[in-house]
Design a protein. Structure first.
Length: 643
């Protein structure tokens, strides 16, 4: 069993500091005990995380640590100066897993031993003064901090810090936290504003250390880390990296009007802005977070919650530039969007942030991992055309066991391993349920603890029962998020004094143990269309049911590809439970046809003609987007031309 002495087990990736000014606080010791996300986490625990060390070994990441620790000889392996982050993200995932296993009473021996072994390796690789980056230490590049644009040294530090915090919170042990603090302290002696006496006034072009330093402040109480985070956030946008949007340097965040540049970089930076707004009451950073989140949600997010419209530079595009087959939607960007959104949800108390988290989790994020946990997608397109020639490599639309740039798989592992921490919060006057999953969630009312159990088959079924397990004698408010997609619901059980406000269904009363509230969200399938400015999908509709976006796959439509498929938008949509398919899904049937496409000529354009050629009737079968690319290789599409 694990050694849990003096751990803060039950605390997740975000813990607010004592001075925090946030509407909501994460709850401690949430537990997901069954259902959809539980099943995904079992795969994560039994397949993904245990395979991590072997994959990190074969990709050379562990070799690189041994190399600079003087435990082996040879050359640096891999192509990037951020190879170490794959190790750190795995350590973070494994740490959250250890916390879960300990709470559930499972044996943690084997995983603990792997974490200990790799932690010792990380510690051995660290230099005397705290610096740690195997790329530069093994002689690649032009030396420490010579290349803040591509060097990723502080980005590496950020992931090390987050792993160390997870390890400390999960186990109470400090080996990794000591390593992370030494690196953070070293960074604090090197970086600072002009006139501070520190040699470098600059920032890493890949944000990540900022949000990590804010969390390190929360973990240690040392305010220097928070000050350093704020310095880095504000150092962006002043031209150190040529005012390039890619490097988050075009304008200061406080002046920015929209999200831009490299999507993951933008969103990690915004997560830090939200952290700083929470911890310091910085209103201009809070306003930037609200403003940029809205610009992203309203104009730069795909239906799946995925972000990043450009393969080139992994960037956000222009407003409404949301291509389907070239959607980038990096899996890491989905993770980053969820991390940013959760901090904004805590800061503001607004349900809409968790609306987008839900959409991203169930679609753009989850599609990144195969159903069996064995393979991954880096980019998550919304269409694969007939005749698509796949170039292979990291950006393939076919699942891959591991990537040359393996940022995404361990990012999925760490989010899944700590996922329960994004599901509920407390405002000190009750409990807010942000995401529906079976489990136990704790809140607080006037300093007294309370908890509820949740029972649901969401997202396959709309019914969620919440039972009060423990309650103080004074009244408190149970808040249930009514998702933005939901137009009808019924409420049963204890329903007096319920009202809906800004996406929250709030029930305030004096509760008794055993009181039950039953929320039933209508999951009738629906067709959605896009804002007319999204040129890429004009004239198309997509199928959704509850929080799930659906797609057509060629595997369900024999006799051709999908380029010629048209959906009858006025036709019925039928729901079918298919326990035999894709690990058990609900499919949606529709009617449509294959239109007669002209023989390919020398030129694919002709005088405009509004008449539609007749087609052959076709039964459409839509499957959840997150489950695509788990069968034979073939076409896929989310957006369907509509008749
Ligand atoms: Zn990635």
């Amino acid at each position: 069993m694990s050694r849990m002495s003096s751990s803060t087990a039950g605390v997740g990736p975000v813990r607010l500091g004592p001075q925090a000014r946030a509407a909501l606080r994460p709850t401690e010791a949430p537990a997901v005990t069954g259902g959809f996300w539980y099943d995904r986490r079992v795969i994560n625990a039994q397949v993904c995380i245990p395979q991590g060390p072997r994959l990190l070994e074969s990709a050379g990441n562990l070799h690189n640590l041994r190399l600079v620790a003087g435990e082996t000889e040879g050359a640096f392996r891999g192509d990037y100066p951020f190879q170490d982050t794959d190790v750190y993200k795995w350590l973070e995932a494994a740490s959250w897993q250890l916390a879960q296993d300990a709470v559930a009473g499972r044996d943690t021996g084997a995983l603990s031993a792997e974490v200990d072994r790799i932690t010792a390796l990380v510690a051995a690789a660290q230099q005397e003064d705290g610096y740690l980056n195997t790329w530069f230490q093994s002689g690649r590049g032009d030396g420490r901090y010579s290349d803040l644009r591509w060097g990723h040294e502080l980005y590496n530090a950020g992931h090390l810090i987050q792993a160390a915090i997870a390890h400390h919170r999960a186990t109470g042990r400090t080996e990794l936290l000591d390593v992370a603090r030494r690196f953070a302290d070293h960074i604090g002696t090197v970086f600072g504003p002009a006139g501070s006496g520190r040699p470098i006034d600059g920032f890493d072009a890949h944000p990540e250390v900022e949000t990590a330093l804010a969390e390190l402040y929360r973990e240690t109480g040392d305010r220097h880390y928070l000050d350093l985070a704020r310095y880095f956030v504000d150092r962006h946008g002043h031209g150190l990296h040529g005012h390039e949007a890619y490097c988050q340097d075009r304008v200061p965040l406080r002046e920015a009007e929209t999200v831009e540049g490299h999507a993951v970089r933008q969103l990690y930076l915004l997560a830090a802005a939200a952290d700083l707004a929470i911890e310091t009451g910085d209103e201009s950073l809070a306003a930037a977070g609200v403003r940029l989140w809205h610009a992203m949600a309203a104009t730069k997010t795909h239906l799946t919650g995925g972000v990043g419209a450009h393969h080139e530079e992994e960037d956000f595009g222009d407003p409404y530039e949301l291509p389907t087959e070239r959607a980038y939607c990096e899996t890491c960007a989905a993770v980053a969007s969820i991390q940013f959104g959760w901090r904004m949800a805590l800061l503001t108390g607004q349900a809409r942030y968790s609306d987008l988290i839900e959409r991203t989790l169930f679609n753009g994020f989850l599609a990144g991992m195969s159903l069996d946990g064995e393979s991954w997608l880096y980019v998550n397109p919304l269409q694969v055309r007939d005749g698509h020639v796949d170039g292979g490599g990291d950006k393939s639309s076919r699942r891959t066991r591991w990537f040359r740039c393996a940022c995404c798989p361990p990012n999925v592992m760490r989010l899944l391993a700590g996922l329960e921490h994004y599901f509920a919060s407390t405002d000190g006057r009750g409990l807010q349920i942000h995401q529906y999953a079976s489990g136990v969630f704790h809140g607080e009312a006037d300093g007294a603890p309370l908890n509820v159990s949740v029972n649901t088959d969401y997202p396959w079924r709309g019914r969620t029962a919440v039972t009060v397990e423990r309650t103080p004698g004074t009244p408190w408010t149970l808040s249930l998020r009514i998702p933005q997609w939901c137009t009808e619901y019924t409420l049963g059980g204890v329903t007096t004094d319920a009202e809906v406000q800004d996406g929250w269904l709030r029930i305030r009363r004096s509760w008794t143990t055993g009181d039950e509230v039953v929320l039933d969200l209508d999951l009738a399938p629906r067709l959605v269309s896009a804002d007319p400015r999204v040129d890429a999908v004009r004239g198309c509709v997509a199928i959704e049911r509850g929080p799930l976006v659906y797609c057509l796959e060629q595997a369900d439509h024999p006799g051709g590809g999908l380029d010629d498929v048209v959906i009858d938008a006025a036709g019925p949509l039928t729901v079918k439970e298919r326990p035999d398919l894709l690990g058990g899904v609900v499919t949606i049937g529709g009617t449509g046809y294959r239109r007669s496409l002209p023989e390919p000529g020398w030129w694919p354009y002709a005088p405009a003609d509004s008449s539609q050629a007749p087609g052959t009737p076709l039964e459409l079968v839509a499957v959840p987007y997150h489950a695509w690319a788990n069968r034979t290789v073939g076409s896929m599409r989310v957006w369907l031309p509509a008749s």
